[in-house]
Write a protein that binds this ligand. Sequence first.
Ligand code: UDP
Length: 367
Amino acid sequence: MKDYLIVGSGLFGSVFAHEANKRGKKCLVIDKRNHLGGNVYCENIAGIQVHKYGAHIFHTNDEAIWQYVNQFVKFNNYVNSPVALAKGKLYNLPFNMNTFYQLWGVKTPAEAAEKLQHQIEQYGVPNPQNLEEQALSLVGKDIYDILIKEYTEKQWGKKATELPSFIIKRLPVRFRFDNNYFNDRFQGIPIGGYNGLINGLLDGIETLTDADYFADRTYYDNLAEKVVYTGKIDEYFAYEFGQLEYRSLRFETELLNQPNYQGNAVINYNDADIPFTRIIEHKHFEFGTQEKTVITREYPQNWTPEKEAYYPVNDDKNQRIYKQYRTKADTIEKVIFGGRLAEYRYYDMHQVIASALKTVKNEFQNQ
Ligand code: UDP
């Protein structure tokens, strides 16, 4: 009999398993896929680490989290600086002096601020209720029309007026010539890919792949005293309060016989008439010098149960449903729910790790 059965070997499950194992607990980690690591899993294609379930760029402001991951793997000094292609022109992201120059020809922060302020006064609202209002209030109409509206509606399959505003708060606005997408102190990609991080976390712990928890739930539940469940919370409860909504993605990956396709790891395609949102050129995450390159086009798509659930859709309707599941989950002592799918949160990696460490602290507070 194990102490913990951990369902799902992504970051939440792997961090929990590592910490439990460290405290002498016996764990079994299962995953329905044929590999460990959840969505941070990397596949080696022609010597290039391909982020198979979408680009993952590690960033955090929390030194303890940074040190935590650095125990297992070394990180390179990659800084995410995506470029956006919109209406035939390239723009730097996030919105910074380079973008303002490209948009309006303004050369100083004062000129840029004046231009932005003018637009915000004209189009902004005092108390933004949705993503469109939030964006107009943050960056005005030009940026919204060229760089936000079409990308966002393509990404989420919903009108920007129907989306929660917090999604766009992720994007910084900066009056410096600085294309670093994140404001965090620490950033990078694990050297050799994310599998090193997962293997480090799960070192010495029993794992089982191709193991579908729902195919034989009673069997799996009986293997351990407690379960750590990191899958979709609505699926755990057989959708009894209704299905939560997710956004899915389809990835089209190609190995190309050329060393450099687009000169950057991430190029966003912001226009509505192009069906993908971005092309990832994986080698640039690790400054690769291979003769070939691998690119992935990322197509947003509606989620249906046979597809991967990538993004939770945290609007009011879904939050209400989630609350019902959460309330029920809190009454089940034998099961710990955590991670992006079980907490129904649009988490970055560092936030998932923080959540897992918090859970560990609660679980082992007396030890
Ligand atoms: N976004 C946008 N234009 C861009 C990039 C992002 O409008 O060129 C908006 C869009 O609403 C998106 C959100 O910012 O959903 C967050 O994007 P990010 O790339 O940071 O999120 P990820 O998909 O990588 O989690």
